[in-house]
Design a protein around this ligand. Structure first.
Ligand SMILES: [Zn+2]
Length: 423
């Protein structure tokens, strides 16, 4: 846990946590006039929030190509009164809102990138209450919530004790490898963020535990040759097939949940060629750093023994298949464990109760992984409403009767963490 945050906690406790937790019916934040006004404005502006979500979603943001969406996100923050909004070295959109200087610095972020490649149709289909499009929930919902929080702060002239930093970040998904978070937490804001809240997708859950991941492209190579003329030469594809069979049989614990998959395969030249190359992308995840390391070793062993078997199958051949692991991404796992009792998690749970959302904590792989790995209090919350089909073209979002509670919740968490300044 970040030292500065710990030191500043007592002020927050006085302001929010004690009244919320010790006098349940007194419900301080919801009865605070500043918060009440902001809540009413968010509810009244619900159509605006939805319009942000839909229109941002219709700007493509493939991995490593978030620029267009980022520029528009920046333009909107400037329009909301954040004249200093800028785009950093890697493409994160960053707006700062100063506090009175007596509170912690809190960052709230949604991610700009999607998993969808260039050329994916991103036009949002609107059918009754349902909005369908790739990325509509993940993470256009988060971006819309960040904008709604930004708007509530400026429209409500809310004076905060600490600084609020609003972010649309790059590289959350897959191959992005959290490069937006790396830039923020290891460079510009290294040691300067006291708490981090990411808003990702629809729903009302709180991610308080990280899921770490190791991802590789595993490349098999050999000389290849004619399928008839060079028969007897080991094959890159056959070696990879053996490796996939071995990987399929790996045993992992159900708890802590540990998973693996070979997500994509490619290779070969033609139907009548012994393959000289083959590649597969593998993904391994776990809530436990030890299990993830163990799985990594087991998977490498599975590949090595497959290679040995393929080469041994053709003893007369002098050709040999070789293998190379290219790292796609390593997502860090925090060694600090956040529980439901960790202050930032408790604050989020209490805030959910205050706005009338049923929330629960869970584990996932999100932007919060990085600050968690650094010991900074960090959570990822869902943005309200409901949805499904993330990372697929069937993704949808529905606001339901209380979608506005998502941005209310996010605002309340930010205010509880940063503190409201009372003069
Ligand atoms: Zn996401």
């Amino acid at each position: 846990m970040n030292i500065r945050f710990v030191r500043r906690i007592p002020a927050l406790v006085t302001m929010w946590l004690v009244p919320i937790t010790l006098c349940a019916q007194q419900s301080l934040p919801a009865s605070d006039p500043v918060v009440l006004r902001a809540f009413a404005a968010i509810k009244a502006g619900n159509a605006w929030t939805l319009a942000q979500q839909v229109s941002l979603c219709e700007i493509p943001a493939p991995p490593f190509k978030e620029q267009l969406r980022g520029l528009e996100f920046r333009r909107r923050l400037i329009a909301l009164g954040y004249a200093n909004t800028r785009i950093d070295a890697v493409g994160n959109v960053v707006a700062e809102r100063a506090g009175s200087g007596t509170g912690p610095t809190v960052m709230i972020a949604g991610h700009l990138d999607t998993v969808f490649p260039e050329g994916t149709a991103v036009k949002v289909k609107h059918d009754g209450a349902r909005y369908s499009a790739p990325g509509i929930g993940d993470d256009c919902r988060g971006l819309a919530v960040v904008l709604a929080v930004a708007k509530a702060l400026t429209d409500g002239h809310i004076k905060t004790a600490g600084k609020v930093i609003l972010v649309g970040d790059v590289g959350e998904e897959g191959q992005g490898n959290l490069r937006g978070m790396h830039q923020l937490f290891e460079h510009e804001y290294a040691g300067k963020i006291d708490a981090f809240v990411s808003v990702d997708d629809a729903g009302s859950s709180i991610v308080n535990r990280a899921v770490g991941s190791h991802r590789y492209t595993v490349r098999f190579s050999g000389p290849g040759g004619h399928s008839y003329g060079a028969f007897g030469t080991p094959s890159a594809i056959h070696a990879m097939g053996r490796a996939i069979a071995n990987i399929s049989d790996l045993q992992v614990p159900a708890s802590p949940k540990t998973t693996f998959t070979v997500g994509t395969v490619s290779g070969g030249t033609s139907v009548n060629s012994i393959a000289g190359n083959a590649a597969m992308d593998v993904d391994m995840r776990s809530e436990s750093a030890d299990e993830l390391d163990r799985l990594d070793v087991a998977l490498r062993g599975a590949v090595t023994s497959a290679l040995r078997a393929e080469n041994a199958r053709w003893p007369a051949s002098s050709a040999r298949i070789t293998v190379k692991f290219d790292t796609i991404g390593i997502r860090p796992l925090g060694r600090t464990v956040q529980t439901d009792d960790t202050p930032i998690v408790r604050t989020a749970l209490e805030a959910a109760r205050q706005v009338g959302l049923v929330s629960r904590t869970t584990a996932s792989s999100t932007d919060a992984n990085l600050p968690m790995s650094l010991g900074i209090p960090a959570i990822t919350i869902s943005g309200g409403g409901m949805g499904d089909g993330a990372h697929s073209p069937r993704e949808w979002y529905e606001d339901g009767p209380d979608g506005y509670k998502g941005p209310q919740w996010a605002l309340l968490i930010v205010l509880a963490l940063v503190g409201v300044h009372r003069s």
